[in-house]
Design a protein around this ligand. Structure first.
Ligand SMILES: Cc1cc2nc3c(=O)[nH]c(=O)nc-3n(C[C@H](O)[C@H](O)[C@H](O)COP(=O)(O)O)c2cc1C
Length: 174
């Protein structure tokens, strides 16, 4: 199978992570991949705030009910709302939100490619995360990508019935 297609298929959200810190080189490789994510109008309104500091990660976990993993690094995908306004994006348009998803998918696939487990979290207090990371006004934290080397055991994956086939998900139209 084509290696990119194989990686897309084999990537899973990782929630069981070892204590071994994610190396700075691996973190930088993942961050470098993130800048290749497609974005609305090629505006790149997202900014990545990364941390591998145990104390900061602890605070992030405390304010993030959705963070089941104990990551040794995290990348917080933020949207620069001031930059979005400068480009004429109205606050309610979907493009910048969708960009958060393309960035997250790219970061997680890159992590998987180099043997780092990754999992997204959107269930967190934006105000608390912004305070913990000392984010400047206008930088809105939208998603946390947890990172860590995969460990055995830990929480079971969330499964909702069988995996849907492409036919389940697709309608061809003339
Ligand atoms: C927008 C979005 C938000 C998510 N938020 C969380 C979260 O807060 N906590 C969590 O453990 N997983 C979260 N997930 C991960 C999903 O639960 C996961 O993608 C799903 O279980 C499928 O897992 P798989 O990618 O390994 O097949 C989120 C995924 C997406 C796309």
């Amino acid at each position: 199978m084509n290696p990119v297609l194989a990686a897309i298929r084999s990537r899973r959200v990782v929630r069981a992570m070892s204590d071994r810190p994610v190396s700075r080189a691996d973190l930088e490789t993942i961050l470098d991949a993130g800048r290749w994510a497609p974005s609305a109008g090629n505006r790149h309104l997202q900014r990545f705030v990364a941390t591998d500091h145990p104390g900061t990660l602890h605070v992030l976990r405390m304010v993030s009910p959705g963070m089941i993993a104990r990551p040794t690094a995290a990348i917080v995908i933020c949207t620069d709302r001031a930059l979005a306004a400068d480009f004429g994006f109205r606050p309610d348009v979907p493009g910048p939100w969708i960009d958060v998803g393309t960035a997250a998918a790219t970061l997680m696939l890159a992590a998987h490619a180099i043997g780092v487990g990754a999992g997204p979290v959107t269930s967190f207090s934006k105000a608390a995360v912004a305070a913990a990371l000392h984010l400047p006004d206008g930088l809105r934290p939208d998603m946390i990508v947890c990172l860590g080397y995969p460990a055995t055991g830990g929480p079971a994956p969330i499964r909702r019935g069988r995996r849907l086939s492409w036919r389940d998900l697709t309608t061809f139209v003339p």
